[in-house]
Design a protein around this ligand. Structure first.
Ligand code: DQA
Length: 175
């Protein structure tokens, strides 16, 4: 290849690679923090199950409102819901977001496996419970996840998820 073409080729490749890198940095800045919201067993039934405790809003509607809120605040959200303990563990292991908001449902009261998963990865977890678990049946007052989580929100209804996002924003701003 003549020298001129060779250096033009290198220049173009360099330019493309630099622009791609710049573009991804700009996207990161625009999109801000990435947060996974993970709901465990029975939370797919929000709006139908025990509405006097968990309220009338469905998970789909709640996630929609959380997305709007996150957009306003410059956060990018990913949602998961599963009723399988092993899947929750896999999601925790593979999560590469900056924060995880977790409502592990009843598993929070006894799953040492989820506790170990949280302790095994570096991701900060904010634990959410819609109901006031401290004032319910004795088995719900036991929480095996709490002390491996960064923060804990309970008894605030579905607003607890918004409070968790606000706490994340405060943590980001070192407040
Ligand atoms: C819950 C509380 C748990 O005790 C219960 O098993 C749930 C929901 C809550 O959000 O209040 O499924 O995690």
């Amino acid at each position: 290849m003549p020298k001129y073409f060779h250096s033009r080729f290198c220049e173009k490749t360099f330019f493309k690679a630099t622009s791609a890198l710049l573009f991804s940095c700009v996207c990161d800045i625009i999109m801000g923090m990435r947060v996974t919201i993970l709901n465990g067993p029975n939370l797919n039934l929000l709006g139908q199950r025990e509405i006097e405790i968990y309220g009338r809003e469905s998970l789909e509607s709640l996630n929609g409102r959380l997305l709007d809120f996150a957009k306003e605040k410059g956060l990018s959200l990913t949602f998961h819901q599963t009723s399988f303990e092993g899947e929750i563990i896999n999601i925790i292991h593979t999560c590469s977001d900056d924060f995880l908001v977790l409502n592990a449902g009843a598993l929070s009261h006894y799953s040492y496996a989820i506790r170990d998963a949280i302790a095994s990865v570096g991701i900060p977890v904010i634990e959410v419970h819609i109901s006031d678990v401290s004032a319910r049946e004795p088995f719900r007052q036991v929480n095996v996840l709490k002390d491996v989580c960064k923060d804990f929100v309970y008894g605030r209804g579905v607003n607890g998820y918004f409070i968790a996002l606000e706490r994340i924003i405060k943590l980001m701003n070192n407040e």
